[in-house]
Design a protein around this ligand. Structure first.
Ligand SMILES: [Zn+2]
Ligand SMILES: [Zn+2]
Length: 272
């Protein structure tokens, strides 16, 4: 099976720990066929962190240096193909910045959401008030639906990712309360040819699940969706490719014909 990790970060993202070269050698060691770098461009207009935190809140790659550095790596490995992409976060919140980020001949654009408009990053909440949690999930899926309606990206990243933060705070949540909203997102994504990512970062976390789960992957398939990419969301070299084989098996069991990779924004199906 063709093994591509379509979601990873390097030091070109503020929270990335590895250099692009280190990621490439890690990809060789993990016997991956293909990796796509997807550095952050977070488009939130105000800081998604509490004022007392010193976190860098605009996680944005340098468009002048990032793609050039990855271009220079092409051909360095005999076994691993390289793609250059972007994880475009919260793009409805600052459309000018989103337009700046998209102005390059990327191979791949992930659309993601780490904080809903005017709220903090999902990692900042304690999730002890069930009504607040319900409200936050409602807003999350509503903004995702708007993102899908707007389009301009290839694949929706880590759908249901709020859950990871809920579990990290020792809480649980019944996601089926939002099935109607999730179905609407998946339906519009399928209709518009927008793919869904199976993000394996949760497998390395307390929740030990992928985002989204098999149930929602099956729904996307039933609704006519065909494009599934797989990504580790690695921010360190040792996480690259982790969970990829499990995710591929999940995609197979959900009834898809294969997994998809992107080159120059075009989907390429790698059949099982
Ligand atoms: Zn993300
Ligand atoms: Zn990411």
């Amino acid at each position: 099976m063709y093994r591509c990790d379509c979601h990873l970060h390097t030091v070109f993202s503020h929270d990335g720990k590895a250099t692009p070269e280190q990621m490439l050698w890690a990809a060789e060691a993990a016997e991956l066929d293909h990796i796509i770098f997807t550095e952050h461009c977070d488009c939130c207009l105000t800081s998604p962190y509490p004022p007392e935190s010193n976190l860098v809140w605009r996680n944005i790659f340098n468009r002048d240096t990032y793609p050039a550095a990855i271009e220079a790596l092409r051909g360095r490995s005999k076994t691993v193909k390289i793609g250059i992409g972007v994880e475009l976060g919260e793009f409805l919140q600052d459309r000018d910045l989103a337009a700046y980020a998209l102005d390059y001949s990327w191979d791949f654009v992930l659309g993601s959401l780490h904080n809903v408009n005017k709220r903090l990053d999902f990692m900042c909440y304690e999730y002890t008030d069930p009504e607040f949690t319900f409200q936050l999930f409602c807003e999350y899926f509503a903004e995702l639906l708007q993102m899908v309606e707007q389009g301009g990206f290839d694949v929706l990243s880590h759908l249901t990712y709020v859950l990871r933060n809920v579990y990290r705070k020792g809480q649980t949540y019944d996601l089926s309360r939002h099935d109607e909203q999730i179905r609407a997102v998946l339906k519009r994504a399928a209709e518009k040819g927008i793919g869904i990512e199976v993000n394996t970062s949760g497998l390395r976390d307390v929740c030990a699940v992928v985002f989204p789960s098999l149930k929602y992957l099956r729904w996307y398939r039933e609704l006519g969706g065909e494009i599934i990419t797989v990504g580790s969301d690695a921010h360190r070299a040792e996480d690259l490719g982790k969970g990829i084989d499990d995710a591929i098996e999940l995609v197979r069991s959900a009834g898809f014909a294969g997994i998809t990779v992107f080159e120059q924004r075009k989907p390429i199906l790698k059949e099982f």
